[in-house]
Design a protein around this ligand. Structure first.
Ligand code: FES
Ligand code: FES
Length: 155
């Protein structure tokens, strides 16, 4: 066991991990931030997507120890009090979720996409979210939501 420390949603957090502990397991099991989901064991689904040092990352693809000193944001860190993040707001407005299992990962990936491409085309959204799977196949409204978020973020 070794101690890892990182900033998570603006707060310094730490915990003991084994060398083989995945970052997603550390986030869910040690930090109890269960909004980050696990949908596969093959790095395919994107349900575990978080922001790590400002980039969207699948948190099942790295070890907790590799995140030592990192600045992490999970879905729980997006809203400001009662005020939803524009991407959360847009997903709500556009009914971009059905069961909601993929939604935290979709939102975190969308935040990353909009950071790099503030006004994405449909093609850029397909490409930007191609690492995230929705088993309810609600992709049309997800694309609408990313466009709506782009509008909201542009003010
Ligand atoms: S749980 Fe990480 S990609 Fe599926
Ligand atoms: S809303 Fe059900 S998996 Fe995407």
């Amino acid at each position: 066991m070794a101690k890892v420390a990182m900033k998570v949603n603006g707060k310094q957090m730490s915990g003991d991990v084994e060398d083989r502990t995945l970052l997603v397991d550390f986030i869910r099991d040690t930090l109890a931030l269960t909004g980050t989901h696990i949908g596969c064991d093959t790095s395919q689904c994107g349900a575990c997507t978080i922001q790590l040092n400002g980039r969207a990352v699948k948190s099942c693809t790295m070890l907790a120890a590799q995140a030592e000193g990192a600045d992490i944001m999970t879905i729980e860190g997006l809203a400001q009090g009662d005020k939803l993040h524009p991407v959360q707001q847009a997903f709500t407005e556009c009914h971009a979720l059905q069961c909601g299992f993929c939604t935290p990962g979709m939102i975190m990936a969308s935040v990353g996409l909009l950071k790099d491409t503030p006004k994405p085309t449909d093609e850029e959204i397909y490409h930007g979210l191609e690492g995230n799977l929705c088993r309810c196949t609600g992709y049309i409204n997800i694309v609408k939501a990313v466009k709506r978020a782009s509008q909201l973020m542009a003010g």
